[in-house]
Write a protein that binds this ligand. Structure first.
Ligand code: GUN
Length: 283
């Protein structure tokens, strides 16, 4: 019998402990603040940014929104980032992606001070993750590790297979699983005999971006299946990378979409912002 990994329940538990820590800091006169930059009119970005601001309010953090017009230049955005880097009320800076195409995204992300980089996208922070010595972890992989911990799912010695090699999910996910002594394989679009590889997995993480990509023949009996996908199916309904209804009966644990990994991502952003705040006040 499979067990559902309830992302909402884990997120609520982590947010509760973040809220308590934020309160303790605040009693010492130390406010925690997140700057959220949004450029242009992407409706999905607007929803994400609103949810991030709502998350801040829920745990007692301040959020400062900077909404810039679609035609903003790289230099204008760099100027704002520099201002926020030097603003002591700002502990974390988040620049919502994607940015309009005239903006040099890499230049902007690399300009965010590493100690305020709560997305953990800066090369300094990705380097820290590589050597297992980190302050900030990328939000989605970190959220997955929290879920595994909450359900007492040990990674040690397990065969872990990650489908997807993005800088935001696949690569850091592999590092975090390796950091907990998993035996890790990363698969991608050029992987030969994908099914043979995924069938070895005790823990299978799907971060492909294709609806219903993982089918029951790709999953070992008793596997833990984590679905990072956020897709729309032919009827326009939200669905993951895993064909949940067919795969679930083979699993020991499985995350649903929605209600699995999704609720954890913003929670880990809040956790990174708290970490940044504590580090700033320790200086
Ligand atoms: N756009 C989609 N996902 C993310 C994310 O995790 N961080 C930022 N900054 N933008 C995003």
């Amino acid at each position: 019998m499979f067990k559902i990994i309830d992302g909402k329940e884990v997120a609520a538990s982590v947010r509760e402990s973040i809220k308590k820590e934020v309160e303790v800091l605040e009693k010492d006169g130390k406010k925690t603040g997140l700057a959220v930059i949004i450029v242009g009119n992407n409706p999905a970005s607007r929803v994400y940014v609103n949810n991030k601001k709502k998350g801040c309010a829920e745990v007692g953090m301040e959020s400062f929104e900077y909404a810039l017009p679609e035609e903003t230049t790289t230099d204008e955005l760099l100027e704002l980032v520099e201002k926020l880097n030097n603003d002591t009320a700002v502990d974390g800076i988040l620049c919502q992606l994607p940015l309009p195409k005239q903006i040099d995204e890499k230049k902007v992300l690399n300009a965010i001070a590493p100690n305020k980089d709560v997305d953990a996208f800066h090369p300094v922070n990705t380097g820290h993750i590589m050597i297992g010595d980190h302050s900030f972890l990328p939000c989605t992989p970190a959220g997955i590790m929290e879920m595994l911990k909450y359900y007492n799912i040990s990674v040690e010695g397990k065969e872990c297979v990650v489908i997807g090699r993005s800088n935001i999910v696949g690569k850091p996910m592999a590092m975090l699983l390796l950091g907990q002594n998993g035996t890790v394989t990363i698969c991608h679009s050029r992987t030969k005999n994908l099914k043979e590889v995924t069938r070895r997995a005790d823990i299978l993480v799907a971060a492909v971006g294709k609806a219903y990509f993982v089918t029951e023949d790709m999953v070992k009996d008793g596997a833990v299946v984590i679905d990072v996908g956020m897709n729309r199916n032919a009827e326009g309904k939200l669905c993951g990378d895993v064909d949940f209804d067919k795969v679930k009966d083979k699993c020991s644990f499985i995350t649903p979409v929605p209600g699995g990994v999704g609720p954890m991502t913003i929670t880990m952003l809040l956790k990174n912002t708290l970490t940044a705040s504590k580090e700033h006040f320790n200086k």
